[in-house]
Design a protein around this ligand. Structure first.
Ligand SMILES: Cc1cc2nc3c(=O)[nH]c(=O)nc-3n(C[C@H](O)[C@H](O)[C@H](O)COP(=O)(O)OP(=O)(O)OC[C@H]3O[C@@H](n4cnc5c(N)ncnc54)[C@H](O)[C@@H]3O)c2cc1C
Length: 505
């Protein structure tokens, strides 16, 4: 029975940070249990622009959603099965969460997680966070930026992380190495340089299937290795659950930690009744508008969605309430199911809901750990219809931008939803039915105050009612940041490492 001071379950975005920081102290031993293989010598993984090739492939857990009566039931949630986790799979758009995002966490009971104390963790990140390089700035994306600025009067932002913003358009910051388009993922930045540390033990292609306890104290985790051997990996100090917003609650539920009635219904022995596990499932849904361009567009790009726009419709709001990615490709995967065609050459704008009101739920349908959990995002089910209206407003704003030069001159015709669809009801129907995810599930083990019955972890990331076990990944988010979440996850990792007393400098 191998024993380490810390057992990190999931060598993904947050898990890589924590294991790296803890092993800076040579006297601290750490094992990483990672379900996927290494990303080393894998150009298909390490080359940022190849990200789309990973969707639905061997390195993707590929979770379906349940039937979404008001949304798109065909959405597949990619979750990466490889060292570095989703940071080895994603587009590496790098946004420091806005001060209003962190302050919202603090208001939700996450004491100590407000904007002022969180600032320090951004400064510590080891990832190479840089603006999209000049050579990667495609002419049509530049013209999108100018057209959006002209049409809406929003500021042109060069460096979204330099100061807080509530609106603006520009090229993103990315965590990448522009000279060779290599990812600066969590594994590249936090693990690759330190793999020779004798106190860091990597168990790859190894699946954690049940947590081990002595009473309320976590003692380790039962895993199945690459060769099918089942062993218990013991943690002398703590178990750190970093398996992500789908797999962290999944492992808790299979270990008897979750809502009592749900567990009993499936015949799972209840270890600890914790009703919040799997609740508060958040995401950033977005829709899509597609144009055919007048011929091919230039090829250069960092990852085909290098620029974006933030709009604040509510002047009283602290942050943006509508976001757009601009894709230099015709992103028609979902519209095609409704009968739309994919033009040979085209671009897309994707209106996105920074602060969605709908809340979903993750739950088990079987006691068999092999069966994937159910993900019911309850997209567009909020009572005030805020989420759907955000997308409707987004399509109208996108059309204003498309009519404005210098972008207008590139565009031949609107392919989807098409110029004939103009009234709010029809736009809403279209926007919801072709909605996709930008793969930001979060919130399923949310952090909250010690006495919050529905919180899963305390502000120290400790699981309420248990000892020697914390969770650190996107599942602990109490609310969704208005911006893309990866940097927030890395910062959760840094703060967790500091709380554990690692030499986090
Ligand atoms: C295609 C895609 C594009 C995205 N684009 C962006 C973007 O541009 N910018 C942005 O900010 N965010 C983006 N995101 C979201 C962002 O990547 C995630 O929110 C973040 O990386 C999640 O980090 P995590 O630590 O919570 O989980 P992960 O990084 O997913 O780590 C979980 C790890 O745990 C492992 N694991 C899970 N269960 C087990 C188990 N039982 N046993 C052993 N190992 C296990 C997994 O293999 C994985 O390595 C994107 C995500 C995807 C998938």
């Amino acid at each position: 029975m191998p024993t380490y001071d810390y057992v990190v379950i999931g060598g993904g975005t947050a898990g890589s940070v924590i294991a790296s920081r803890l092993t800076e102290n040579p006297d601290t031993t750490v094992a990483i249990i990672e379900g996927g293989p290494s990303d080393i010598d894998r150009p298909d993984v390490l080359t940022l622009r190849r990200w789309m090739g990973l969707l639905g492939g061997d390195l993707d857990y590929d979770y379906p959603t349940t039937e979404q009566p008001r949304g798109n039931s065909h959405i597949r949630h990619s979750r990466a099965k490889v060292l570095g986790g989703c940071s080895s799979h994603n587009t590496l758009i790098a946004f420091k969460p806005l001060p209003s995002d962190w302050d919202e966490w603090e208001t939700a009971g996450a004491e100590g997680w407000g904007a002022v104390p969180m600032e320090a963790y951004y400064a510590r990140l080891k990832n190479n966070i840089v603006p999209v390089d000049e050579k990667d700035r495609n002419a049509i994306a530049r013209d999108f930026v100018d057209a959006a600025q002209g049409a809406l009067g929003v500021p042109h932002v060069d460096g979204f992380n330099q100061k807080p913003f509530s609106e603006g358009v520009g090229f993103f910051d990315l965590a990448y190495h522009p000279e060779n388009n290599k990812r600066s993922s969590a594994s590249v930045a936090y693990l690759h340089p330190y793999l020779d540390r004798p106190n860091l033990h990597l168990m790859l292609e190894t699946w954690a299937y049940q947590l081990a306890f002595d009473g309320d104290r976590a003692t380790g985790v039962h895993v199945r290795t690459k060769d099918g051997e089942e062993i218990l990996v013991e943690a002398g100090r703590e178990v750190l659950l970093c398996a992500g917003a789908v797999d962290s609650p999944r492992l808790l539920l299979h270990s008897g930690i979750g809502p009592r009635a749900d567990l009993e219904k499936l015949g799972i022995t209840v270890r600890h009744d914790l009703p919040g596990v799997g609740e508060n499932l958040l995401d950033h849904p977005e829709s899509v508008i597609v144009w055919e361009t007048d011929g091919p567009i230039p090829e250069n790009s960092a990852m085909d969605s290098d620029a974006g726009l933030f709009v604040r419709r509510d002047p009283k709001g602290r942050g943006p309430d509508l976001m757009f990615h601009f894709y230099q490709i015709p992103f028609t995967d979902n519209p095609e199911r409704l009968g739309y065609e994919r033009p040979a050459h085209g671009v897309s704008m994707t209106p996105n809901i920074p602060k969605p009101h709908s809340r979903g739920r993750l739950y088990l349908t079987s006691a068999d750990p092999e069966v994937k959990p159910a993900l019911d995002f309850r997209y567009f089910t909020d009572e005030d219809d805020y989420d759907a209206q955000t997308l409707v407003d987004g399509i109208k704003i996108a059309r204003r931008i498309a009519r404005t030069e210098p972008l207008a001159g590139w565009l031949k015709r609107e392919v989807a939803p098409g110029p004939g669809i103009t009234d709010d009801e029809a736009l809403s129907e279209y926007a919801r039915k072709v909605a996709h995810t930008v793969y930001h599930p979060a919130g399923t083990c949310r952090m909250g105050a010690e006495d919050d019955e529905l919180a899963v972890v305390t502000p120290e990331l400790k699981i309420r009612g248990l000892t020697n076990i914390r969770i650190a990944d996107a599942s602990v988010f109490p609310t969704m940041p208005a911006v893309n979440p990866m940097i927030g996850v890395l910062m959760v990792g840094e703060k967790c490492a500091e709380m554990l007393g690692g030499d986090a400098r």
